[in-house]
Every structure is written in structure tokens, then in C-alpha cells.
Design a protein around this ligand. Sequence first.
Ligand SMILES: Nc1ncnc2c1ncn2[C@@H]1O[C@H](COP(=O)(O)OP(=O)(O)O)[C@@H](O)[C@H]1O
Ligand SMILES: [Mg+2]
Length: 269
Amino acid sequence: MSTMNTSSFPLPSRLELRQNERSLKDCAQFLDSPESVSTRNEEPIIKLRGVYKDFQQGKETIHALASTDFTAYRGEFIALLGPSGSGKSTLLTIMGGLQQPTGGSVNVGGRDFTSLGSRQLAAARLNEIGFILQSSNLVPFLTVNEQLDLYDRVAKLRHQPGHTQADRDELFTSLGILDAKNQYGSELSGGQLQRAAIARALYAQPSMILADEPTASLDSKKAFAVADLLREQAKSCNTCIIMVTHDERLVDHVDSIYRMEDGHLQREK
Ligand SMILES: Nc1ncnc2c1ncn2[C@@H]1O[C@H](COP(=O)(O)OP(=O)(O)O)[C@@H](O)[C@H]1O
Ligand SMILES: [Mg+2]
């Protein structure tokens, strides 16, 4: 974690990060193998302290998130459960720097997200965080394979190594979407869309993946497969994965369970 220095910006290069990380190829290989290589690092990847969020709607204040403390580590696979409207997405988007809390501190990879400007936040997100959102948020006019170009283009601009097509194919194969790599979003099934979104999130080898109901559009067999896959990613690549879900059946797949109710977060496991 010595490269994670709060005071230095720009962020550590991928080359530096890679010295501590497995290659994408290694990660993809591990997706096929149940063996876990995860060890808990001492430094949390994310730390929230006294984080809360209010929304103003006319004269009414909505307390979407009550004061919340939360800590998670690399390699940890976490489920965030709770009824609709309880504040799960609010919490997840704050963790990912997609919106700022009303108060409190958000520390990701040693950086204080609440003190970063929007450009710095965007850079930090790109380096640290993979998002798998409910609406799959793939670019509609790009094929599955082309979805990954943006990441390589940014890496190139920064004179950082991208990945090869062979690396990509290996990832697609582990996700069972190699056949679909030249198809557009509109040509894919719900399950393939979810897997393409997962491929894109994994491609950048983030320290943390935030997934908002990634199994929502899947039948239970496919939902379990996705949960297993995320679990493998967490263990083989030492990624912290925080997954919002309605699905109580997925709890056996995760290391930790948190439940949200009326903006209050509680740890269950
Ligand atoms: N941008 C917003 N403006 C106003 N209210 C919001 C906004 N986002 C969320 N809320 C409210 O905050 C609460 C929590 O919402 P959300 O985090 O989306 O819950 P969940 O993801 O658990 O369904 C809800 O009452 C919701 O209506
Ligand atoms: Mg939500």
C-alpha cells in the first residue's frame, strides 16, 4: 500500500499498481479455478466515517442515509441487502464517488474522496473502481469487445500498458461471452448484457467493484453463477466487491452481509 499516498497526485501508474497485482490473464485463469489466493491486507480499501446524505425535496428533507461508519478490505465479497428505497444505491454511489455525501468522510485507497475535485474524482474512479450498474450502462453503439477500448485508450494516453486482444478473449471466455464479443448491446440477452458489464468492470483490474443489483435480470441459476464469478474475482485478484442485492439466496456466496433499513446500515455477518 506504499504507493497509495494521499498527498501525491497523479495516482500511481498501472505499472506501479501491477507490481502488486496479478495480471488480467492470471485473474481470468483463476476464474476457472476454485482456489483462493486472497489474504486480507491490513489497510482497508474503503473507509466511511460519519457519512450521511440528505436530499431536499421542496420543503421536505429526505434523510436517505443516516450517519454511517463502514470499512471494507481487498478480497472481501460483501452483500448489501435491504428493501427498495432504503438507501442502498445512495450508499453505493457515495462509496464510488458518483455523488458526495452531505457530511462525513469517504476514504478510498488512502484518498479522501470528499476533498477531491471532479476531475481528480473521475481519475480516482477510473483507477480504483469498477461499476456494474443495474441498467448495465454499456455504450449502445459499441460491441462487447469495443466497450473495453475506452479503458485502453485512457491507459495509452497515460503511457500505461493496455491489454491485448488475447487477454480480452480470455476474460470473455471465463464469462461465457466469447461468442458475443462482436455483438451490440441490443443484440444481447439480459444475462449476456450483465456479463458484458462485468467484463468491463473486471477489465480495468480495479481495487474495488461496486455492483448495484447485478443479478436483477437473471434467473436464479445465472444469478448464482454471477455471484460465484464475483466471488472468484474477489479472491483471485484481491478485489473488494460490494454487491447490492434483493436476493437473500445469494448470502451463502459472500463473506460479509450488511442490511440497510430506512437509511440505517447494520452488519449481520
Ligand atoms: N436524487 C435524489 N433526490 C431525492 N431523493 C432521492 C434521490 N436519490 C434517492 N432519493 C431518496 O432516498 C431514499 C433512498 O433511495 P435509494 O438509495 O435509491 O434506495 P434503494 O437503492 O435502497 O432503493 C429514497 O427515499 C429515495 O426516494
Ligand atoms: Mg437502488
